[in-house]
Write a protein that binds this ligand. Structure first.
Ligand SMILES: Nc1ncnc2c1ncn2[C@@H]1O[C@H](COP(=O)(O)OP(=O)(O)OP(=O)(O)O)[C@@H](O)[C@H]1O
Length: 466
């Protein structure tokens, strides 16, 4: 006999999370999330912790993709008012980027809102149920995913400062529909759920009924397979973490290539996957992971290899692997910004993403005029009075600045003389007329957390205006 859904069953699934400060219900206005919200409200006096009236809140995102979406949003507001639940509504106005899948855009935008709302230890509850889980497993299988993909959706996962929890994964769509009918719930069906042009809808409407006709328990058994894969994936992660500890590089967040390449290939894959996740990136599909494992170690020693996918690039420099957010296109070498310092603290805003240069200690003598340029790497610089003058390329090599970063460093000039490379080194120039020293810091650039050493303060000798 199939288990019915009750608020008590929901309470059992939420109990392991203890006294949660706030439950946010992701409320689309559809059947499943209407059931979730209604059942949670019935539990209000029984949830562990205080019974503060606003401990349960709903959140609805109006993606603006359907002509009726504003009406659905109003429906959600009316239902929440009837249940005395505060509703946070957001209407998305930024359209998807050209070529971006609408589903992926809507999903990313939705989760960005959820993430922003969660305070520490809050839960965001979504109404994914067992049929969704079975479909997710089949879709992963058809994409050729490995155990992590076949683990489908976990019951709980970190989300921002809190957690994403799916407490309905043990219940199928019919069971939730029975509850909705018994309680006389009012919900809205999104007509796009019927469009079989979308893979998930095709599975739901064409394939799953066939599977269930032959194997009546198909939904339950597929979801069980997902749980087995989740256990296997957990075990792989634990083993990978042990191996990861052995191949960490000297610089924080890097991997050392030689010990990595000595690991068996499946272990290597698992390690790189864990490392990417630890660095805050979604691991890519297998073919991309294969490219990371094959192309980066095999590239010529003097090459600057890079494997890149949306939001991440993996690079090699001096025997170490770096996983980084892609850098913007470097400013043109033609760009020349003028920075005038007049004896008081002074800040120069650089192009977007490049932060600012700050004169932390300015000489209060006469004014100073400098030019800031990028990518003019043909100049020379003597980094210490005891050293000969070297090409900028050699200076940057000595400082361990990877090739791909070099065109992104602000270079300080007076006329055609290089004074300093921001964050890296000041040049010791002889014969500077009316010299003065200023203390300079570069900060606020987008990749600052990856390269904290570029925030170092430099003492720069400059020519003051007579
Ligand atoms: N517009 C929305 N506003 C708030 N919550 C939503 C919205 N759309 C979906 N949700 C939440 O996400 C759950 C799953 O919805 P749906 O199956 O449509 O999304 P999905 O794209 O398949 O899943 P995922 O959200 O994991 O990408 C819903 O039950 C609901 O809890």
């Amino acid at each position: 006999m199939k288990a019915s859904f009750t608020p008590q069953a929901l309470l059992t699934r939420l109990a392991p999370f203890g006294a949660v400060p706030r439950y946010w219900v992701a409320y689309s206005g559809g059947l499943d999330s209407s059931v979730l919200l209604h059942a949670l409200i019935q539990l209000r006096p029984h949830l562990p912790g205080t019974a503060a009236p606003d401990r349960i809140q709903a959140v609805h995102i109006d993606h603006g993709l359907h002509p009726d979406s504003a009406a659905w949003s109003e429906h959600c507001a009316a239902q929440c008012a009837a249940l005395a639940v505060p509703l946070h509504r957001e209407h998305l106005t930024t359209p998807p980027a050209a070529g971006e899948s609408i589903e992926a855009w809507a999903r990313a935008a939705r989760y960005a809102v959820f993430q922003r709302l969660l305070a520490p230890s809050d839960l965001l509850l979504t109404a994914h149920q067992r049929d969704d889980q079975a479909e997710t497993l089949l879709l992963a299988l058809l994409r050729g995913s490995g155990p992590h993909g076949l683990a489908a959706m976990p019951v709980a996962a970190p989300l921002g400062a809190g957690q994403l929890v799916r407490p309905l994964l043990d219940f199928d769509r019919h069971t939730l529909a029975d509850y909705a009918a018994q309680q006389g719930l009012d919900w809205r069906d999104d007509p796009s759920n019927a469009h079989t042009a979308f893979d998930r809808n095709y599975l739901r409407h064409q394939i799953m009924p066939l599977l269930r006709a032959r194997w009546p328990a198909a939904t339950a058994t597929l979801a069980r397979s997902a749980r087995h894969c989740a256990e296997a994936a957990d075990w792989i992660d634990q083993q990978a973490d042990l191996a990861l500890a052995e191949v960490r590089g000297m610089s924080p967040g890097t991997l050392t290539l030689t010990p990595l390449t000595q690991l068996d290939r499946p272990v290597r894959k698992a390690v790189v996957r864990r490392w990417l996740m630890e660095r805050g990136f979604r691991p890519p599909e297998m073919p991309m992971l294969d490219r990371v494992l094959d192309e980066l170690p095999a590239a010529r020693p003097d090459a600057n290899p890079c494997v890149t996918w949306t939001g991440c690039e993996v690079r090699r420099y001096r025997g170490a692997l770096f996983a980084l957010a892609p850098l913007p296109r470097p400013p043109s070498p033609e760009l020349s910004l003028t920075w005038q310092i007049d004896g008081t603290a002074s800040v120069l805003e650089l192009p977007p993403g490049y932060g600012r240069l700050e004169c932390v200690h300015c000489p209060d003598a006469a004014p100073i005029l400098m030019q800031i340029r990028f990518g003019q790497l043909g100049h020379g610089c003597r980094t210490s009075a005891k050293r000969p003058r070297h090409s900028l390329k050699q200076c940057l090599q000595t400082a361990g600045i990877p090739v791909w970063l070099r065109a992104h460093l602000p270079l300080l000039f007076q006329d055609e003389q290089l004074l300093a490379v921001a964050g890296v080194s000041a040049c010791q120039n002889a014969n500077i007329a009316h010299p003065a020293r200023l203390t300079l810091r570069w900060s606020g650039f987008d990749w600052e957390t990856d390269w904290p050493q570029l925030g170092q303060v430099l003492e720069v000798t400059v020519r003051t205006q007579p």
